[in-house]
Ligand binder design. Structure first.
Ligand SMILES: C[S@@+](CC[C@H](N)C(=O)[O-])C[C@H]1O[C@@H](n2cnc3c(N)ncnc32)[C@H](O)[C@@H]1O
Length: 275
């Protein structure tokens, strides 16, 4: 049986909670809809990945709640965040749940959406630029390319203590697939070794980008066999994203041509202007 899903008319006046994607950090990458939601918010509940420049856009009249940190720097448990959103919504007003990147890309936005729906709280989702897109754009590297990559897979490199990463390693070893690894800093050695063991070329280009699109962005070019050692040597810190695949070699082409384009990097100009 097919079921028709009608598109609800968007009436922000009756939306209690907005799950908003803040993008990878550069405020210029917020959508207009996200910016409007932030500017109209009564309460903003935000994560540790939301950049200071974006937090500065929250009106002084809005109450802000940081659920990315708590005493002892432990994140607030997800169930508590869900309960908080429901309680705030029942209190009334416009609640913005501001999340780094896109709320539905490894952001547990799905769990919040299900909790709100189960509690019959009206909400909407405002997508954000996910960090994969932010990193790709920062490096001027496409994630797909007609000659190099016919597909892309987004993976989490995070695993629970004592567990192995449970992936379809043979599929991931396909040379025509770009792999984008979120939260992979702690396990990039295991990821690289398993990919190589399953047939991915040790010389496959890899890019690591930390704090992409922010003024303190760090970029590293390496190969699959060297990335774990190089990342350690470069002392990369979270948030870092890895792009694995032939497309990553395009970064070198972009770097070579950078000398022709000096002064044209608009984001770097914006960073300098902000200092
Ligand atoms: C919990 S996930 C959240 C992802 C987020 N929802 C998104 O769409 O980008 C956190 C991971 O996203 C990646 N990430 C988020 N922001 C980043 C940035 N500005 N630069 C590099 N990686 C970033 C890192 O891999 C980090 O460990």
């Amino acid at each position: 049986m097919t079921q028709q899903i009608s598109r609800p008319c968007s009436d922000p006046g009756h939306t209690f909670v907005q799950l908003v994607g803040a993008g990878p950090g550069d405020p210029g990458l917020l959508t207009i809809k996200a910016l409007r939601a932030i500017e109209a918010a009564d309460v903003v509940v935000y994560d540790r990945l939301v950049s200071d420049e974006i937090l500065a856009l929250i009106p002084a009249s809005a109450r802000t709640m940081d659920v990315g940190k708590a005493p002892g720097f432990h994140p607030v448990p997800q169930d508590d965040i869900n309960a908080l959103l429901i309680a705030l919504a029942r209190n009334g007003g416009r609640i913005v749940r501001l999340k780094g990147g896109d709320p539905f890309m490894f952001g547990r936005g799905g769990e919040e959406a299900i909790a709100l729906a189960s509690a019959q709280i009206p909400f909407e989702v405002i997508p954000g630029i996910t960090s994969a897109q932010g990193c790709a754009a920062a490096m001027k590297v496409p994630l797909t390319h007609r000659d190099l990559a016919t597909g892309v897979r987004f993976l989490t490199g995070h695993r629970r203590a004592g567990e192995h990463l449970d992936f379809d390693w043979l599929g991931l070893a396909d040379p025509g697939t770009t792999l984008v690894v979120y939260m992979g800093l702690a396990n990039i050695d295991e990821i690289a070794v398993r990919l190589i063991l399953h047939g991915r070329d040790p010389g496959t280009p890899v890019l690591a980008v930390s704090r992409a699109t922010r003024c303190n962005e760090v970029r590293l070019s390496s190969t699959l066999s060297r990335i774990a050692a190089d990342a350690k040597l470069a002392r990369l810190e979270a948030p870092t994203l890895f792009i694995i695949g032939e497309v990553a070699a395009i970064a070198a082409v972009m770097q070579r041509s950078a000398s022709f384009c000096e002064g044209l990097d608009l984001h770097e100009d914006a960073c300098v202007a902000a200092e």
